[in-house]
Design a protein around this ligand. Sequence first.
Ligand code: GLU
Length: 324
Amino acid sequence: MTEDAERQARLAWFEQTCSNLHERLSPLTEGKPASYIPELATVDPDRFAIAAVTTDGEHIQVGDHGDAFTIQSISKLLLYGLALETHGREHVLERVGVAPTGDSFNAIVLDDEMNRAPNPMVNAGAIAVTDLVVGDGLDERVEEVRSMYERYLGRRPEIDRAVWESERATGNRNRAIAYLMLSRGIIRDRVEETLDLYFAQCSVLVTADDLATIGATIANHGVHPETGEQVVRSEVTRDLLTVALTCGMYDYAGEWAFSVGIPAKSGVGGGIVGILPGVGGLAVFSPRLDGHGNSVRGLRVFEELSQEFEMHLFHPDRPWRRAD
Ligand code: GLU
C-alpha cells in the first residue's frame, strides 16, 4: 500500500470508530446541562457530535457536527494565546500564573504569594487575561476578540445574545472574582466592561467542526490547515498546549492527563477540544455535564479513542505522530 493509501485507510478506520462510539454512547443520559447560566439549560440535552480535523485539512464529522453551541471556557485558551501574542509572556505572567489549582473553575482563589490569578483556565485567570484585551471601549475590544476568532474559524463568529445577556444578568460570582482582583491591583478599573467582554467571548457560537479546526490550528504550529494563515505564533502554541494539559479540564485535569493524555479544554456549553500536536484537533459536543463541568459523553469518547488509537502524548509509540 502506498503511504497515502495507508493514511486514507487509517482515517476511514478512525471515522468508523467514531461512528460506532457515537451510536454506542447516544443512550448515555448521565449528567445535566449547566443551569447556573439559565439560558444554557434550554439546550437540547441529547445533541451529540464528534468531529476531527487533521493538520492537512481532512474533516471527520459524526452526529450533530454542524449544530452551534456556546464555546464557554474553551475561549480561555484562545484568549490566553491572544494575551501572550499581544503583551509577551513576562507581562502576562505578572498577572496570571500557570499552576493547576485543584479547585473548581469558578473558585474565588488567587495566588496570594505572587499576587496574581492561579492560571488562565480558571475564571479568575481568564478574567485577568480578558482585562489585557486592547481597545478603547467595549465595542472595540469585542471587535478585537471577534477578529481573533475569525482567524481561527475562517469566518466571522456570531455571539449568542441570549446567553450573553443571561451571563451578564447572573454572573455575580465572576463579578466577585473580578472586584477582588481589582482590589489587589491585578486588573484595571474597568471591571464591568471587562466582565461584559468576558461574557461575550464565552457566548460565541461554534460547532464541533469549528472546535476541531481550532485544535488542528494549534496542533499545526498555529497555522490554520485550510486558510494557511498563521493564527497564533508557533512558540505561543507551546504555552497553550502546556496549560491545556495541566489545567484544561477543570479539577479533573490530573486524571485526564493520566487516562487520556491529550492537551484539551472543555466548556460548560458541552464542548471539549483536544489537540494532538502535529496530527490534528478532536472535538466532542454533548451538553450533559458531570460534577466537574465536563461533558459526560465527551469524556467517554476521548477515553476510548485515546486507548484505541494510542493517542496519549507519552505513549511510547504514538503511531499517529507523523515524522516531522
Ligand atoms: N461563562 C462561564 C462562566 O464564567 C464559563 C464557564 C466554563 O465554561 O467553565 O461561568
